[in-house]
Design a protein around this ligand. Structure first.
Ligand SMILES: NC(=O)c1ccc[n+]([C@@H]2O[C@H](COP(=O)([O-])OP(=O)(O)OC[C@H]3O[C@@H](n4cnc5c(N)ncnc54)[C@H](OP(=O)(O)O)[C@@H]3O)[C@@H](O)[C@H]2O)c1
Length: 431
């Protein structure tokens, strides 16, 4: 298409709007739309939190009668199917817009090309592909889930000057400063789920929530790869599981061992997403709200199970005794509000589609070393964020699984920038 500078500017605004609700629109993409009449924006819309209403009807509603004869700029091809909302293509036709400019066509086979055809059949001029690269970037999570049947995977690591991500036996070490940590909090808020290995969950006892003022309600679902269900009941993850969902991914063989007697919880094709999980919970299961009206810390459940330091069950054969122990761990975790699922934790080719089937479109992998390596080696990382701090770790350091010098060749170096006293190198693969 032959885009004018004005067209590009309005699409830029639509893309900016679409980015506002990243990570908050459930299984729907976060789309942006602007309606422009006589060179002025008369309506703006972003897919609402939860995924509905879509961006177009909101922008059209704001434009009202001014939509007649106007141009609508939309980051993704308008939907053409009757889902839980009527088709956006119908709304655009009914509004009387005369031109629709689209950045990215929808890979969803229920929609692909049909939204455009409906608009053209109604006599509307349709142009596609404006700022397509930026548009695809803004919709990367949705496009990845639609076309690859897995979430868009971002790997974030904080690396010291001497190439370490931590020190054995010391838990969390501050490698980067407050500015980088604030950025990571923002990134978490834009992501559907965050994942760590059991090594990190035990060594660091992280909470993995969003705690910056104003974004507290936007914590992603937290996922722990934990084949033998070793996550301590006293961990922050477990203690906060009723406020922000925690999924522990156990080993499939474990579930098979007790399958006869006790059917394990398995991954359903589609299960509730973050917002829906919260709303589905019975009030008694929700955050404990004291008389102050503030959320209170949940008391640690009785019957603490041993964490790693106290010696977990060896990964060897699963016999009757260990099966019983594992079953008791499962029950304890579930009683504390954790969801236990069995899905080959160290096989991302199986785990990622299972997460996608639950509506998780973006996944932030926050380590540790083995977990990062697992996803890198399997070729499932789409974006790498390497924060480099100014300090060194020295003896006892845990080596980073990836350095600037060994980024796979199919990644593009997006750039390097300062973040407080740290630097960030960002790499991306094409969506
Ligand atoms: N700077 C950062 O950005 C950052 C981020 C997160 C964590 N960390 C640091 O990283 C350290 C933890 O690293 P980690 O590598 O031990 O922990 P991890 O990746 O969180 O967990 C790995 C654990 O899973 C097990 N595992 C077995 N097979 C695996 C496989 N194929 N893929 C992945 N995991 C497998 C490992 O068991 P076996 O050991 O028995 O094989 C290991 O205990 C902590 O010190 C933490 O502070 C740093």
């Amino acid at each position: 298409m032959s885009a004018s500078p004005d067209d590009a500017q309005f699409m830029q605004e639509a893309i900016r709007l679409g980015l506002l609700h990243l990570g908050q629109t459930s299984t729907n993409p976060s789309v942006g739309c602007v309606v422009v009449r006589d060179g002025k924006i008369v309506g703006r819309g972003t897919t609402a939190v939860g995924g509905r209403p879509h961006a177009e009807p909101q922008a059209l509603a704001e434009a009202g009668e001014l939509a007649r004869g106007a141009t609508a700029y939309v980051t993704l091809e308008p939907c053409s199917h009757h889902g839980k909302t009527p088709p956006c293509a119908d709304a655009l036709i009914a509004s009387g817009v005369s031109r629709v400019v689209i950045s990215v066509t929808d890979p969803d086979e229920r929609v692909s090309g049909r939204g455009i055809a409906m608009l053209r059949d109604a006599g509307i001029t349709v142009e596609t592909g404006l700022l397509e690269e930026e548009g695809r970037h803004s919709l990367a999570a949705y496009l990845t889930r639609q076309t690859k049947n897995r979430p868009y995977v971002i790997l974030k690591l904080a690396v010291s000057q001497d190439g370490m991500i931590g020190r054995t036996g010391e838990g969390q070490i501050a490698i980067t400063g407050p500015a980088a940590r604030a950025e990571v909090q923002q990134l978490r808020a834009e992501t559907d789920a965050i994942l760590v290995g059991i090594g990190t969950a035990v060594a660091d006892d992280p909470e993995l929530t969003v705690r910056v003022p104003g974004l507290e309600g936007r914590s992603p679902v937290r996922v722990v790869l934990d084949p033998l269900l070793e996550l301590p009941l006293t961990s922050k993850l477990v203690r906060t599981a009723r406020q922000v969902p925690v999924i522990v991914v156990g080993r499939e063989e474990v579930s098979e061992a007790w399958e006869q007697d006790l059917p394990p919880s398995v991954l359903p094709d589609i299960s509730p997403t973050r917002g829906e999980i919260d709303s589905l919970r019975a009030p008694s299961q929700n955050v404990d709200v004291g008389t102050s009206g503030q959320a209170q810390p949940i008391s640690p459940p009785v019957g603490e199970m041993p964490g790693r330091a106290e010696g977990g069950i060896p990964t060897a054969d699963i016999n009757a005794e260990t099966t019983a122990q594992l079953e008791s761990r499962r029950q304890a975790l579930e009683s504390a509000g954790v969801e236990v699922v069995y899905c080959h934790p160290y096989h991302p080719e199986q785990l990622l589609p299972a997460l996608a089937s639950r509506g998780i479109s973006s996944l932030l992998v926050e380590g540790g070393a083995k977990t990062a390596r697992l996803f890198l080696e399997a070729g499932y990382v789409d974006r790498i964020l390497l924060y480099q701090g100014p300090g060194t770790i020295g003896q006892g350091g845990i080596e980073t699984p990836i350095r600037k010098t060994d980024i796979p060749s199919d990644f593009k170096h997006v750039g390097t920038r300062r973040v407080g006293d740290d630097s960030l190198d960002e790499y991306e693969r094409e969506v």
